[in-house]
Design a binder for this molecule. Structure first.
Ligand code: SF4
Ligand code: SF4
Ligand code: FES
Length: 229
């Protein structure tokens, strides 16, 4: 039998099934926590760190990723404190610097309040979110791709770089990769390293209408409920 727990998220008492993540419960209740590596129903490994929240225990606060934090009775979570917003902005900024040509990452960054990026652009082709690997392994049971290498050489590939027979060529890995949609102005060229104009426009919309969420209109596969700041 499913066990229910009661916890507090941003001051609201919510009920959830034991074993559910705080991120999933927050989204279900319309409390939007930005996230990148999380895909509902798949395992989480806390890779992107965008979903950080504050967990309050014995009057002390601990920052942790909400996708890997399982609900417990009487848990107290804050998703939208100044500390969290600042951390999130910095994480989003680092992601944009890592992959400035990803539309999905630009959009997430804008929603986290990033308008300028202080870090050098690296134009990497993968942010190691692991969405593709977990989809292939857990949804399709194919295990056709995986992480290879360490440190700066870490990337996603087929075993020995050759597509195995177990690959169903379903394209799920490509469809759910945040790197596959370029910004509206197209890929950035060297010397043109900035957030694209569309994102700036979205930032203005978000600033002038803070109660309206534009999350679900941006980027397939990043489904979330309405914004609740
Ligand atoms: S196309 Fe191949 S590697 Fe990609 S998710 Fe499908 S089975 Fe896995
Ligand atoms: S290839 Fe795409 S989906 Fe896979 S880990 Fe890299 S960024 Fe994520
Ligand atoms: S969504 Fe939680 S760490 Fe990426």
């Amino acid at each position: 039998m499913l066990q229910q727990v009661t916890l507090s998220i941003d001051g609201a008492q919510v009920e959830a099934v034991r074993g559910t993540s705080v991120l999933d419960v927050a989204v279900e209740y319309g409390i939007c926590i930005p996230h990148l590596c999380h895909i509902p129903s798949l395992s989480d490994f806390g890779g992107c760190r965008l979903c950080v929240v504050e967990l309050i225990e014995n009057s002390r606060s601990k920052v942790t990723t909400s996708c890997t934090l399982l609900v417990q009775d009487d848990m107290v979570v804050r998703t939208n404190t100044e500390k969290i917003r600042k951390l999130r902005r910095n994480i989003a900024e680092l992601l944009v610097a890592q992959a400035p040509n990803s539309r999905a990452i630009q959009d997430i960054a804008v929603r986290c309040g990033v308008s300028q990026v202080r870090y050098p652009f690296r134009n990497e082709s993968c942010v190691l979110c692991g969405r593709c690997v977990r989809l292939c392994t857990e949804l399709w049971s194919a295990r056709a791709i995986g992480f290879v290498g360490r440190g700066k050489d870490r990337h996603v590939d087929f075993p020995f770089g050759v597509r195995p027979d177990v690959c169903k060529q379903c394209q799920a890995c490509v469809q759910h990769c945040p790197m596959t949609i370029t910004p509206c102005d197209g890929p950035m060229e060297p010397g043109e390293e900035r957030l694209c104009g569309k994102c700036e426009a979205q930032l203005l919309i978000a600033e002038s209408a803070p109660d309206s969420c534009i999350w679900c209109e941006l980027g397939v596969g990043f489904g979330c409920a309405r914004h609740a700041s």
